[in-house]
Design a protein around this ligand. Structure first.
Ligand SMILES: *Cc1c(COP(=O)(O)O)cnc(C)c1O
Length: 226
């Protein structure tokens, strides 16, 4: 795991984007890997750990209960997993419907905590992908904003699978513009909201375009075995 090399690439991309690399945090995505990878990541200074599935994340948390890391849910959250997920993740990146917001609110209220979330946007408008359509994001943010046990901390996107850099860049800059607009309607400085965007194959473009959280798996841990 060559974290230094990845950090150097992030720093260069941040410089190209005219930003400070200190505003970019790596979320190390350990899905498909055993808890040993989480320990290695933590030893390498990566304190933010991303998982795609609730059950897999909870199993690793149980295997390392006092691990000095923060867990992120980067994958889709099914409504039947809401109760087990609430309070177990520092940040849930995948709020994508009003129904899910209401379920999270109810579970967080019952648990007596406030759950931090990002609104996931389906920027490519792909019917097979998760995320709220861009034109419905404002309504979802406004709704979630009224819920006392949910805290919207920003937006998340996955770029479409393509080699067309202009399409990828447009996805990321579009999310940044949407973030700036929606944070402003919540009377917040846009920079106080996260932009979770960029994976192993496109994180440099994401950082150039303003990513504050990059979700990296393969580039840190190698190809997952099927
Ligand atoms: C798996 C996954 C990642 C990490 O992808 P890599 O290409 O391995 O870096 C990031 N975000 C989400 C939502 C994922 O499911």
């Amino acid at each position: 795991m060559d974290v230094q090399a990845v950090r150097a690439r992030i720093a260069e991309a941040a410089a190209r984007g005219g930003r400070s690399a200190a505003t970019v945090t790596i979320v190390a995505v350990t899905k498909g890997w055993p808890v040993e990878r989480v320990r290695e990541a933590a030893a390498a200074g990566l304190a933010e750990i991303g998982e795609s599935r609730v059950q897999e994340a909870l199993a690793k948390q149980a295997a390392w209960p006092d691990g000095p890391v923060h867990w992120h849910l980067v994958g889709h959250l099914q409504s039947n997993k809401v109760r087990s997920a609430v309070g177990r993740f520092a940040l849930i990146h995948s709020l994508d419907s009003i129904r899910l917001a209401d379920a999270l609110e109810q579970a967080a209220a019952a648990a007596g905590l406030v759950q931090d979330v990002l609104v996931e946007v389906n920027a490519a408008r792909d019917p097979h992908k998760t995320g709220v359509l861009p034109e419905h994001a404002g309504r979802l943010v406004a709704h979630a904003w009224t819920l006392p046990h949910l805290k919207v901390r920003g937006l998340m996107v996955m770029a479409p699978l393509t080699d067309d850099e202009a399409v990828i860049r447009g996805t990321f800059s579009g999310l940044r513009e949407l973030r700036d607009r929606l944070a402003t309607t919540c009377r917040l400085p846009p920079a106080s909201w996260h932009l979770s965007m960029g994976m192993s194959n496109d994180f440099e473009i994401a950082v150039e375009e303003g990513a504050t959280l990059v979700r990296l798996g393969t580039i840190l841990f190698g190809e997952r075995k099927p």
